[in-house]
Design a protein around this ligand. Structure first.
Ligand code: ATP
Ligand code: MG
Length: 373
């Protein structure tokens, strides 16, 4: 079957997950979550990490690392005995319900099934060893639906480029062959960029040029990357270096400012060839450390990517929010420990939009998404 690159997450319903008591939300090509500190933006974003681990059969390990299962239930399993997630992707749906395994504080799959939009059938799937049936579970007549959901979740990626310290992933040497896709923390960015630069495919070379040009708009002193594999034929390594406009000797990634380094990671993420981009790109607060002008450039590349790929991200930046349309936003508020997620009706803001952008409208407290006492 031909793959539809525009397939993305269309709808999500959640019950009893962290601060999300009950959520029913339509998803758009661009989804910008705005809201006060502690309102529930990261909780929503973490759903995608949760589902990714589930789709890879690593859920229990992930839950353990995050402080065990009870921490995932809305105010604990005594208050919310069930946690339910429903997603619609293209013509398919996926439903999973958990209960709390009180003896070992792990998650128990209570019910798991796939659906097809045109039918009321529930294709039950059953996993083993406490993991999801999306991997290999029996799925009478629904192998295609099951695999479709799993493949989507594998192609829905949460990225985090906040760490720019000496041990940050993108500063480490990596095998030159580690270039199938850009890793979640950009730790293979040198190998990935090297692949784009040296590929005979024109789309890859164009993409490399777009990335360099985007970086230059934010960091005019940046001339190009310096990407040279080292080592033996059997074990070639590569590390990120770059060339300053005014110097010949390459600089290391440690000689990048934090904001420039993050912008490099994000340009590579959003401007990579469309064939390599994940279906849904998820990021928490991409604005960290970026100048307002860089935020405009970031919004531009987000919009370019969102023509074919879905973008889901949170922000606290008014300058970044100013670049988007009302229908792109999800306003997150928290009341008595319960997060609410609302879409904006542009008609209600018609007059304001004639004079102001969305970030400014947000600061004027016209749409919520601000601390309330
Ligand atoms: N299991 C849970 N049940 C109820 N509430 C929870 C649970 N786990 C976390 N929370 C709530 O979620 C809040 C954190 O939400 P989150 O990290 O999503 O906020 P945020 O909107 O990303 O804020 P920031 O802008 O500061 O990053 C905590 O303050 C806590 O009140
Ligand atoms: Mg957060």
């Amino acid at each position: 079957m031909a793959e539809n690159k525009n397939t993305h997450l269309e709808h999500v319903s959640i019950k009893g997950f962290k601060s999300i008591k009950d959520l029913d939300l339509k998803m758009m090509p661009v989804n910008i979550l705005i809201g006060a500190n502690g309102s529930g933006k990261t909780n929503f974003i973490s759903l995608f990490t949760f589902l990714r681990n589930l789709s890879e059969g690593k859920l229990q390990n992930y839950v353990e690392k995050q402080g065990f299962a009870n921490a995932f239930f809305h105010f604990g399993s005594k208050n919310s005995p069930e946690m339910v997630i429903d997603i619609d992707v293209g013509y398919n749906g996926y439903h999973v319900a958990f209960e709390h395994g009180a003896s070992d504080d792990m998650l128990i799959f209570k019910e798991e099934y796939c659906t097809i939009k045109s039918s009321l059938n529930r294709y039950l799937i059953k996993g083993s060893k406490g993991e999801s049936g999306l991997l290999s579970g029996s799925a009478a007549n629904s192998t295609y639906v099951r695999d479709y959901t799993r493949e989507y979740l594998e192609d829905c990626r949460v990225y985090h480029f906040h760490d720019t310290g000496p041990s940050a992933g993108f500063k480490q040497a990596t095998g030159v062959d580690a270039s199938d896709y850009l890793y979640d923390d950009a730790s293979n960015i040198a190998a990935f960029l090297y692949r784009l630069k040296t590929s005979p495919e024109s789309a890859f070379a164009n993409s490399y040029r777009d990335i360099v040009t985007a970086i230059q708009t934010v960091a005019p002193f940046f001339h190009d990357f310096f990407l040279e594999p080292r080592g033996t034929e059997h074990e070639e390594k590569i590390i990120l270096k770059w060339i300053h406009r005014d110097h010949d000797t390459p600089f290391s990634a440690n000689q990048l400012s934090d904001g420039t380094a993050r912008f490099i990671c994000m340009s590579t993420l959003f401007l990579q060839p469309q064939s390599l981009r994940p279906k849904s790109i998820v990021l928490d607060e991409p604005e960290l450390g970026l100048h307002p002008a860089a935020l405009e450039a970031l919004a531009d590349i987000v919009k370019v990517a969102s023509k074919d790929n879905q973008v889901i991200c949170s922000t606290q930046s008014v300058a970044f929010a100013n670049q988007f349309s009302p229908e792109d936003f999800i306003v997150v508020d928290q009341c008595k420990g319960v997060s609410s997620f609302k879409r904006i009706n542009p008609d209600t803001l018609k007059q304001w939009l004639e004079e102001y952008s969305m970030g400014d409208i947000w600061t004027k407290n016209l749409i919520g998404g601000r601390p309330e006492w």
